[in-house]
Ligand binder design. Structure first.
Ligand code: FES
Ligand code: FES
Length: 181
């Protein structure tokens, strides 16, 4: 054992890990293409930070423990439950919320299809389901019903809109260029 580790058992040459919190710390989140500074406690979830610090209330929180997917956003283009990650964990990732999915005055095709196919009732689950459906289409432009079911399988909709969501998504899959089934 070297002298550097003799007394403590630790390698004294390594810098000590920085301790953050429990009070608020400053961090930068890249949300919808814009870097934004916030001051929140390290225990703050991404969902809470989006809603309370950035006023992006389109991300809904229902269960707040990863069971319903109402809070789904994209991290680097993949859907995740924003209540199940800490804001401080995702400072190096690209975050997309429902507010960033569409351009000003232009709804995303998934949003249009949901309206056309009556896939919205109370709407509380809808932003999360839209984010998962849009992610599916981005990676698979021609999903079949089984693939759509898998994509929305983690989402709880107490209003029971699932058949309409699947119809909306199938209409988009069939509209994609080159798909004439
Ligand atoms: S609110 Fe995040 S999974 Fe339910
Ligand atoms: S539309 Fe009401 S919970 Fe899904």
């Amino acid at each position: 054992m070297s002298d550097k580790t003799h007394k403590t058992g630790k390698d004294q040459t390594k810098p000590a890990a920085e301790i953050l919190g429990p009070g608020a710390v400053s961090m930068v989140l890249n949300v919808n293409g814009v870097s934004q500074s916030i001051d929140v406690e390290p225990r703050t979830t991404l969902a809470e930070a989006l809603r309370t610090s950035l006023n992006l209330t389109g991300t809904k929180v229902a269960c707040n423990h990863g069971a319903c997917s109402a809070c789904t956003v994209w991290l680097d283009d993949l859907p995740v439950a924003a209540c199940s990650v800490l804001a401080i964990e995702v400072t190096s990732q690209k975050i997309t919320t429902i507010e960033g999915l569409s351009e000003t005055d232009h709804l995303h095709p998934v949003q249009k299809a949901f309206i056309e196919h009556d896939a919205v009732q109370c709407g509380f689950c809808t932003p999360g389901i839209v984010m998962s459906c849009a992610a599916l289409l981005a990676h698979n432009p021609h999903p079949d019903a089984a693939e759509i079911e898998v994509a929305i399988s983690g989402h709880l909709c107490r209003c029971g809109t699932y058949p309409h969501v699947i119809q909306a998504m199938l209409s988009l899959a069939n509209k994609q260029e080159g798909n004439h089934e």
